[in-house]
Ligand binder design. Structure first.
Ligand code: THG
Length: 369
């Protein structure tokens, strides 16, 4: 049986880099924020080894920006998240859980602060623009909320510093983790942050203006020839090892940030104005009864995890796996899932119902590092 194809149309938006990605031989796409997101170039395993040894350029334009501008920008930002934003300074990035009035996860973006009256929210896969515009309208906030023509391009891997320094200068090396600086690129001021959806280190360029995409892509590719730079994409195996969560897969609006293990990004007592504050204060006082964990799953490579795999202990349902893949470096299947408090301690043995049968699995409190 051959894999089904994805029919491309204008609704599945192209990115400024789509032509280059196609020329680089992209093998598969997913859809993220109604936009194309590459998922493999050679194959997921070869891409994985290359990412961990060299440097890759990723079309992550699907990490759309919700721009919040105006006198009430900071107020709206704090309405969206239980993380305390009062200490956030211009040039900082914050990983921020976004919650609705029930404390349910709406998104888990990276927020960037440019000034007291200007933020970007670099969103995961949900239509946060509508929620933010709805709050702004409903509360009569003095703020503009829009999606600008800005497309992140990620440079990830151990040689990312070297490649970026060659193209943008040695100041790149001084950018600290989750900070950004402004750089004049193609005649425009663009943000470059030390961030990205991998644990290999690297940067994200917030490419301002669709028309500049290919020129920036080409400069990186030419400068990195001897570094074996390649087109890449967020890697399923590497992100599961590092326990980077995938909104819509690992969590949804059914989950609180505490269940997702994002309690460390919540300062709910302090976050006055957050619409989910009352609901989260309730769940935080009792603590979650299930939580995100890493798992190893015994046996040879598991099939692709396209849905939910139930987790059992003594025949009773105690959790679920939502992401899983064979890890060449750890020589086991690695996974992410949610498990009840009765079984969430490190090294607890459970059983996972995979499409090709029951497997023994082990709970891990730490990610695979
Ligand atoms: N970069 C940018 N936008 C994004 C993503 C990104 N939007 C979509 C998606 N990724 C949002 N989800 C995440 C998940 C994890 C992280 C970033 C975005 C992440 N986490 C680090 C970790 O867990 O180790 C560090 C978090 C911290 O310490 O603050 O980086 O990747 N622009």
């Amino acid at each position: 049986m051959t894999a089904p194809m994805l029919s491309i149309s204008r609704r599945l938006r192209n990115t400024p880099f789509t032509r280059r990605v196609t020329e680089a031989g992209v093998k598969s796409y997913t859809v993220y924020n109604h936009m194309l997101l590459p998922t493999a170039f050679d194959d997921v395993v070869s891409d994985y080894h290359h990412l961990k040894r060299h440097v890759q350029v990723w079309d992550v334009a699907c990490e759309r920006q919700v721009e919040v501008r105006g006198p009430d920008a900071a107020r709206l930002m704090q309405m969206l998240t239980p993380r305390d934003l009062r200490g956030m300074t211009p040039g900082q990035c914050y990983y921020v859980p976004i919650v609705d009035e029930t404390g349910g996860m709406m998104n888990d973006p990276v927020a960037l602060k440019f000034a007291d009256d200007k933020f970007y929210i670099s969103i995961a896969d949900s239509d946060l623009l509508f929620w933010a515009r709805g709050l702004a309208y409903g509360f009569r906030l003095d703020v503009d909320v829009n999606e600008p023509d800005v497309s992140p391009l990620a440079i990830q891997g151990p040689k990312a510093d070297e490649l970026m320094a060659r193209v943008f200068g040695d100041q790149i090396r001084d950018i600290k983790f989750f900070r950004f600086g402004m750089f004049n690129i193609e005649g425009r001021e663009m943000a470059i942050a030390r961030s990205g959806y991998s644990k290999q280190g690297g940067f994200e360029i917030y490419v301002d203006g669709f028309e500049h995409g290919e020129a920036i892509w080409d400069r990186l590719m030419s400068a990195g020839e001897d570094l074996d730079v390649r087109a890449g994409c967020p890697n399923l195996i590497e992100r599961i090892e590092g326990r980077l969560l995938s909104y819509g897969n690992d969590m949804t609006r059914e989950n609180t940030p505490h269940e997702c293990g994002l309690g460390k990004f919540c300062d709910t007592h302090i976050a006055i104005g957050c619409v989910g504050r009352d609901a989260l204060l309730r769940v935080a006082s009792e603590g979650p009864v299930r939580q995100m964990r890493s798992f190893s799953i015994d046996g040879d490579a598991v099939p692709p995890c396209t849905g939910i795999w139930p987790v059992f202990a003594d025949g009773e349902r105690v959790g679920r796996i939502t992401s899983a893949a064979w890890s060449p470096d750890f020589q086991t299947n690695v996974a992410i899932g949610m498990i009840r408090m009765t079984h969430w301690k490190n090294a607890t043995k459970v059983e996972v119902e995979t499409p090709d049968g029951m497997r023994v699995a082990t709970v891990r409190e730490q990610a695979f590092t």
